[in-house]
Design a protein around this ligand. Structure first.
Ligand code: HAM
Length: 427
């Protein structure tokens, strides 16, 4: 027998049993964004391919080999978004949000990269991103890091993550660093792997630092650091960021080789990393990108931002025991016979309207009584309401506390039902 259609490799279904954790994470993200005064922006999943090439960089893995790109019927090259910053900045420029303004923005949604799937590495994954546009001050960098910190704190994940930061310096410092790195790698050419050689030939030695090939590790560890090329302004900027982090009691380490995998960064770069996720341990990455808005045709606008991968967050959360936040039903309604069912419909509607925060389920499958009780237990409900012919005629409801094995079933008047619910369930 044929197996039927399968999802595309690296593109996951998120099943009802998993979705509760996702909703919990999403709620924490939205709440944190609101607390810090960030506003949501939504932009398309599909954009002009050139937008991503210009933003992320032609020599990056993302643009080079990972984009889902096709030619549209009007011969326009379009790509599924591999990340959010490009679309966010494009929208900001096009819709006039950036001109002489400051914007604190966030977004959440699917991104697409045709990477080799493995744990924590998918072809469709989800990012929560935050971008702070229009402020060059290092205080903005620290605010973003603090926002990420507060999210991890709210999710109880801080003990499982470490923060690494670095500075790439100003564009001038970055250029100088590029040159120093080219000289260094040129003098070790015979030790470079194929990918790195290609990157060196294309004058993009920063990407070599990003190499995951263990054979390159020692060479990278002995490479000159960004610090060696930093100008005074860049050093001051980075010092300030560190002072603000210290003032907020946010722990970090400086990793002088942290350069990030996208080309638009300058000054601060940061990553939150976990050792409990296997090879794909970076849960959140970001940094400053002061020249991107201008590169995309806008007026020069400094900016800083980050994005975190929801799959990796959920993976990390699922490993923690404190995951008992799963939502379940509060009330489960069992009915016997058509008349009782009709009677129950009005009661259930009334409960939902009076207590919108409660989850109220009603058995719709006309299961046998024993089965309905099983379903009620499975739903996790506190209370079962049982309605049969007798209740229907007498205008009563039989209530059973499902989590209390010793509790008796009690019949009450239907008019007393709302009050009884209020008493028995913490609302
Ligand atoms: P990124 O480092 O490419 O940065 O991605 C950010 C996060 O997205 C990663 O740390 C990881 O958690 C998640 N992620 C990336 N690729 C995958 C994948 N294939 N499968 C699962 N999760 C993945 C950016 O995208 C920048 N736009 C961040 C940024 C915003 N910088 C400034 N503003």
């Amino acid at each position: 027998m044929s197996k039927g259609f399968q999802a595309i490799r690296g593109m996951n279904d998120i099943l009802p049993s998993e979705v509760m954790v996702w909703q919990h994470v999403e709620q924490v993200l939205k709440q944190a964004a609101k607390q810090y005064g960030y506003e949501e922006i939504r932009f398309p999943v599909l954009e002009n391919t050139q937008l991503f090439k210009r933003t992320i960089g032609n020599e990056t893995d993302i643009v080079n080999k990972e984009m889902y790109t096709f030619t549209d019927k009007n011969d326009e090259g379009v790509s599924l978004r591999p990340e959010g910053t490009a679309g966010c900045v494009r929208a900001g420029i096009q819709r006039g949000l950036l001109y002489n303004q400051q914007q604190r923005l966030w977004y959440l949604g699917p991104m697409f990269r045709r990477e080799r799937p493995q744990r924590g590495r998918l072809r469709q994954f989800h990012q929560f991103g935050a971008e702070y546009l229009g402020v060059a001050n290092p205080r903005a960098d620290a605010e973003l890091i603090s926002l990420a910190h507060s999210i991890f704190k709210a999710l109880n994940l801080l003990p499982h993550l470490r923060l690494e930061i670095n500075s790439l310096g100003s564009q001038e410092s970055r250029k100088a660093y590029n040159k120093v790195l080219i000289d260094y790698f040129n003098s070790h050419k015979s030790e470079l792997d194929e990918d790195s050689l290609m990157r060196l030939e294309r004058n993009n030695p920063l990407r070599i630092l990003d190499s995951k090939n263990p054979a390159m590790k020692s060479l990278i560890q002995h490479a000159p650091t960004t610090e060696s090329c930093m100008d005074e302004i860049s050093t001051l900027h980075f010092t300030r960021v560190q002072e603000y982090l210290a003032a907020m009691n946010i722990e970090y380490t400086v990793n002088p080789y942290l350069v990030r995998g996208l080309d638009y960064y300058d000054h601060t770069a940061f990553e939150w990393i976990s050792d409990e996720l296997g090879a794909q341990g970076t849960v959140c990455g970001g940094g400053r990108y002061n020249t991107l808005v201008e590169t995309l045709g806008g007026k020069p606008t400094p900016a800083v931002g980050f994005a975190m991968g929801l799959e990796r967050l959920v993976d990390l959360l699922s490993q923690q025991q404190s995951n008992a936040t799963l939502q379940s039903a509060d009330i489960y309604c069992i009915t016997i016979g058509e008349a009782a069912y009709l009677y129950a419909l009005t009661l259930v509607q009334e409960i939902r309207q009076t207590f919108p925060q409660l989850t109220v389920m009603i058995n719709q499958a006309e299961d046998k009584l024993k089965n309905q009780f099983k379903q009620a237990d499975k739903s996790g409900a506190e209370l079962a309401l049982i309605l049969g012919e007798e209740e229907c005629q007498a205008g009563t409801v039989t209530i059973k506390e499902l989590k209390n094995r010793n509790a008796e079933q009690t019949a009450i008047k239907a008019t007393d039902l709302l009050a009884a619910i209020e008493k028995k369930i913490t609302i």
